[in-house]
Ligand binder design. Structure first.
Ligand code: ADP
Length: 254
């Protein structure tokens, strides 16, 4: 069988004596939209942060298509196509939506003084290409009418779409989404869901998403992995998970 996109092996992340992730093992298969659910405090966000290189693990390994990527920093993972969405940083809220997309691609010639001064023609051509890409992304997400709006003026749901859009500016392969549905109205939630499905089907993105909205999970995710107390408790289709005794117990509390 092909190597999974991501394989997490016996991962531990301790904060002092507290075991936030306590021996979690799971695989995210290529081409899936894998849901990660579990009660508050289960360790989902911590696991995400370790996989995405934001936090070093206490022990355990993370593999991407068989390659050991444990502890690699986010920018190295970014170049491998492993991305995690982040809330639009405060300092970017005064930039327009299009500008927020344009700052994503790495290695722009304009980044160095040398290039900026001596290769202005090339920089301008690159910038035009990036602007064109940004406009394509906005159209894909059906928010092209917001291109010149300041990011700080967007609604919560529109910001989530922009976060997703940022992953489309580069050749992402696996994207980790942290509660993209939280606090988003139904209409925009559908737009976000459609964009995720299209990115998955048409562009081959693999997704792993933390989500609380079970309807959203049911619509998008297969399989669903359930975490509780820092470990993987169950895995299966949304229907299987929702009728699993141990899962129900974990949510109700023992
Ligand atoms: P989930 O995303 O499933 O709700 P988290 O990964 O956010 O769970 O948190 C798991 C546990 O780890 C929680 O009890 C939380 O308080 C604890 N935790 C998370 N980050 C830290 C930290 N930086 N320092 C100490 N404890 C933390």
């Amino acid at each position: 069988m092909a190597e999974p996109m991501i394989r997490v092996e016996n991962l531990h992340k301790h904060f002092g004596g507290f075991h936030a992730v306590d021996g979690a093992s799971l695989s995210i298969e290529k081409g899936t939209i894998t849901g990660l659910i579990g009660p508050n405090g289960a360790g989902k966000t911590t696991l995400f942060n370790v996989v995405a290189g934001v936090l070093p693990p206490t022990s355990g390994r993370v593999y991407m298509e068989g390659e050991d990527i444990t502890g690699l920093p986010p920018h190295t993972l970014f170049h491998k196509g492993l991305l995690r969405t982040f809330q639009i940083a405060h300092e970017f809220s005064s930039l327009t939506v299009r500008e927020n997309l344009m700052v994503v691609p790495p290695h722009q010639s304009g980044e160095t003084l040398w290039n900026a001064w001596f290769r202005r023609g090339r920089v301008a051509a690159e910038e035009r290409a990036i602007a064109k890409k940004a406009d394509e992304v906005l159209e894909f997400l059906t928010i092209d009418h917001l291109a010149d709006e300041k990011a700080g003026n967007l609604s919560g749901g529109q910001k989530k779409l922009l976060e997703l859009g940022r992953t489309m500016m580069v050749d992402a392969r696996v994207v980790f989404l942290d509660e993209v549905g939280a606090g988003v109205n139904r209409t925009l939630l559908n737009t976000i869901g459609d964009a995720i499905v299209r990115l998955n089907r048409e562009r081959g993105y693999t997704f792993c998403m933390i989500e609380h909205d079970m309807d959203f999970i049911k619509r998008l995710c297969d399989p669903v992995i359930v975490m509780a107390e820092g470990k993987v408790l169950a895995e299966g289709s949304a229907e299987e998970i929702m009728s699993n005794e141990a899962v129900i117990e974990a949510y109700l509390g023992r």
